[in-house]
Design a protein around this ligand. Structure first.
Ligand code: GTP
Ligand code: MG
Length: 504
């Protein structure tokens, strides 16, 4: 967390709400992402993330002067004994019977004002389980714990009592920071690692791990034990885990734990850090669930789709027939009907491109957007392409033909006159010129007609491309673009939710 925010935190009034505008922006981003993901990603996943956002929202509106630290762990690890040792008073029943603690207990190092009562109510700690330093019968020295600490003793997360798990899990989600208590026998048990420490690996800043009951282990075995615990925590994904060894029963290491708690409470950033870690983890979950998508459909993909649909409609063949046909026959050339299977294949490969880097869940609506109107697409294509009539351009050869005919006529008449005048050699030459003019004219006419036919063929190709482009845009590309626009808003939301990651 940035130093700036930390400074603001210390100087500001009690409520977190106004100071945490950056967290609020991140929360807004997360909510936007969830909104866009509705109907696309799994509902239960989105519900969970909404609940995370709601919890952060709830905490933001409550006391920023207090830091809630929950003591969590397996049954019998010594949570209640640790709680009592920290408090310097036997507040929570600890026992050899398992499990003992059923409902969270709170010790507040401060006055029972309205603000703290609101926070305790939000945490769901019943009034009977709320203890305040000033109201303890044997008030311990004021300075043993930091002002503003709310220490919670939780039920276990692993006993036969499911009500205990639920209570522990509920409060673990709300606390600003956690002290995980493990013991030398059960510290490697799967439950705590799989269900809590691994999913909370991103919450390192608000996680302390305590190896309790070290009095039961020979002194020379303790370093090896702690090394092994650290190894297990690293395997959980916790970077450079900090581990404290204590004996809550004998008091060994309890002062160190108190000092660690004091540093964290005086730092006064745990509420923010917890929320930031929750938001970052939720955003990463959404990230993984969605995958990546292009922000828009590139035009080359559309061009490619249009080309493939044109092939499926037999457009190149029709254009070639027009280019070969005479003027009357050109009018008879028809385009389509399209080959539905080939159109389907073209649309599917277009969809595959758009959904290539998305996960299956988010890819499915993108694909559905592309293929959802296939029957309508072929119907529209058949109707519009079928209605197209190839142009049959006027023969530009007419002028040439008239000119050539006039030249032949003049040559022949001239040749006749010259023959009559006894100029037979010149007359023959003129006649040859006339014949050549005739041949030239005929060739000119032929090539002009061919050019017109080729141009009409190209015009047909263009007309078809225009029709196909328009129909394909409405029936395929636009629905995909709408999906991608939603993805864009989702991504922007995630980016906003992630925004402080770089500074952490
Ligand atoms: N030897 C030894 N025993 C301890 C220590 N801490 C706790 N115990 C004992 O372990 C047993 C369980 O302690 P609790 O504090 O009740 O354990 P807990 O984690 O609160 O258990 P639940 O409330 O059932 O979840 C008790 O008999 C304690 O006296 C310790 O540091 N050393
Ligand atoms: Mg207990």
């Amino acid at each position: 967390m940035s130093g700036g925010l930390g400074a603001v935190f210390r100087d500001a009034p009690a409520s977190l709400v106004r100071r945490q505008s950056s967290l609020e922006r991140r929360l807004d981003g997360l909510r936007t992402a969830v909104k866009e993901a509705r109907g696309r990603l799994d509902d239960s996943l989105l519900d969970e993330i909404e609940a995370t956002a709601a919890r952060a929202d709830g905490r933001l509106g409550l006391s920023g002067r207090h830091t809630v630290i929950a003591i969590a762990g397996a049954t019998g690890s010594g949570k209640s004994t640790t709680f009592n040792a920290l408090a310097g008073a036997p507040l929570s029943e600890s026992s050899a019977q398992r499990p003992t603690t059923a409902v969270a207990k709170a010790l507040v190092w401060g006055e029972p004002d309205a603000e703290v009562r609101d926070l305790l109510a939000w945490l769901g700690v019943p009034a009977a389980n709320q203890h305040f330093r000033s109201t303890l019968l044997e008030a311990p020295p004021r300075g043993i714990l930091p002002e503003g600490l709310i220490l919670l003793d939780l039920p276990d997360h692993d006993s036969v009592e499911t009500a205990h798990h639920r209570e522990a899990e509920r409060v673990i989600q709300l606390a600003d920071a956690m002290i995980w208590v493990v013991d030398p026998q059960k510290y490697a048990d799967a439950a705590i690692h799989q269900r809590f420490l691994r999913p909370l690996a991103g919450h390192r800043a608000v996680t302390m791990v305590v190896m309790n009951q070290v009095d039961t282990v020979a002194e020379d075995e303790r370093p090896g034990l702690l090394r092994d615990l650290r190894k297990v925590l690293v395997a959980d994904g916790l970077r450079d885990p900090r581990v404290l060894a204590i004996s809550a029963r004998s008091g060994l290491g309890v002062d160190d734990l108190r000092a660690a708690v004091r540093r964290r409470v005086e730092d006064n950033q745990h509420a923010e850090e917890r929320m930031a870690a929750d938001i970052a983890s939720a955003a990463s979950t959404l990230d993984r669930a969605a995958g990546d998508a292009p922000h828009t459909v590139p035009e080359v993909w559309v061009d490619d789709l249009v080309r493939r649909v044109a092939d499926a409609g037999g457009v190149p063949g029709a254009a070639a027939r027009v280019a070969r046909a005479d003027r009357r026959a050109r009018r008879e050339v028809r385009v389509g009907p399209v080959d539905g299977a080939a159109v389907g294949a073209a649309v599917r490969s277009f969809a595959d491109q758009a959904a290539r880097d998305l996960t299956d869940v988010w890819g499915a609506p993108v694909r559905a957007a592309a293929t959802g109107r296939l029957p309508l697409l072929t119907e529209r294509l058949d109707a519009e392409l079928g209605a197209l009539r190839p142009a049959s351009g006027a023969d530009t050869g007419r002028g040439i033909l008239a000119g050539a005919a006039a030249a032949v006529l003049v040559a022949l008449v001239g040749a006749g006159v010259l023959t009559a005048a006894g100029q037979s050699v010149v007359a023959a030459a003129l006649a040859v010129c006339g014949v050549l003019a005739g041949i030239g004219g005929w060739l000119g006419v032929r090539s002009a007609r061919r050019r017109t036919a080729v141009r009409d063929g190209r015009a047909l190709t263009d007309d078809c491309a225009e029709v196909i482009g328009r129909v394909v845009r409405v029936q395929v590309v636009d629905p995909v673009q709408a999906e991608l626009a939603s993805y864009r808003r989702f991504r922007a939301g995630l980016d906003a939710a992630h925004v402080m990651r770089a500074t952490r």
